[in-house]
Design a protein around this ligand. Structure first.
Ligand SMILES: [Zn+2]
Length: 322
């Protein structure tokens, strides 16, 4: 019972890890998801990768306490079911039962953002705090809250879906069908689009020379232009930071975290984005919270998902012995 398996299933890649009981990654492997091959095929390949890692480590599956997996979309962690995932094309897939059949060990699943935040809260940038609010900014934005090592779920396990709150001043249509959702701006595609539209409105930017086809503009390129002192890139980060700060202000006030962790692809922007966020928060937060809530970037990249999944499985397996 000295090992854990943690899996981070994404729309593009599957990251699978073998960890010790403390959540230290011993081995990991990354494979393409190939979602169009269907859930049975994906789960069979995940089990195959997990078995490879165990054999490389020279251990038997009976030495694995539990298996955890984060999956995108809506998840019912009590039932071990992926309720729906647009990324994977899944609907009511009994993931935990199917994977348990293949591996012969207890399997626990949850939403991928919650597993990522759990990994950061327990063994990453939030490890020193009891109350951690984690936000991932990537293709979208979502959050999770960990209090004393436990995730907060809310009704129908839907707490933390902050990306689809409609915000004043935002006018773009969202993939969810609504207009003005937070993630139409505060996300990697949102950052790229804001910069692109600002240039298309007639402003000069070094991004124009770098990207003759502005549709190819990325959030990473906006960070690069920011470092050259480009005015469009600076305005983009200021605006995105302003909206992220507005969203965080209410979440911090309601939840009372000791720290906020920002992760996901757009977190690579680091202080370029978090600087504006911190400056805006100063004026938005009630005095009682203002000076006490540090905002950190995530410690891990790929590993947060597998560490979180593995430790979540350990926590969920709790009383289970043998
Ligand atoms: Zn939306």
């Amino acid at each position: 019972m000295n090992y854990l398996i943690g899996i981070d299933l994404g729309g593009t890649n599957i990251v699978c890890g073998l960890l010790d009981a403390e959540g230290n990654v011993l081995r990991q492997a990354k494979r393409p998801t190939e979602a169009d091959r269907g859930h049975e095929d994906i789960i069979r390949r995940i089990a195959g990768t997990a078995k490879e890692l165990m054999s490389e480590q020279g251990i038997d599956s009976r030495e694995v306490l539990a298996v955890g997996m984060g999956t995108p979309g809506r998840v019912n962690p009590e039932m071990g079911v992926s309720v729906s995932s647009a990324n994977l094309g899944w609907k009511n897939v009994p993931v935990a039962a199917l994977l348990r059949e293949q591996l012969g060990r207890p399997v626990y699943i949850d939403n991928d953002v919650r597993m990522y935040v759990y990994g950061e809260a327990m063994k990453g940038a939030g490890a020193a705090y009891r109350y951690v609010l984690g936000v991932t900014v990537g293709t979208g934005i979502a959050s999770a809250f960990v209090a004393d090592g436990r995730l907060h779920y809310g009704r129908t396990f839907s707490a933390g879906e902050i990306g689809h709150v409609a915000m004043d001043g935002l006018t773009h249509r969202c993939n969810c069908g609504k207009t003005g959702c937070l993630e139409t701006l505060v996300s990697a595609p949102g950052i790229a689009r804001y910069a692109r539209e600002t240039i298309q409105s007639g402003r000069n930017s070094i991004l124009q020379q770098a990207f003759p086809d502005l549709d190819k503009l990325t959030a990473a390129a906006v960070s690069w232009a920011y470092d050259q002192g480009d005015a469009v890139a600076i305005e983009t980060m200021e605006t995105v930071g302003e909206y992220l700060a507005k969203a965080l202000a209410f979440n911090i006030t309601v939840l009372g975290p000791e720290a906020v962790i920002v992760g996901g692809g757009a977190a690579l922007a680091g202080e370029r984005l978090l600087g504006p966020v911190k400056r805006r928060l100063e004026g938005l937060l009630p005095n009682v919270h203002r000076e006490q809530v540090p905002i950190h970037t995530a410690k891990w990249n790929d590993e947060a998902g597998i560490i979180g999944s593995a430790l979540f499985a350990k926590f969920s397996a709790g009383g289970e012995s043998s």
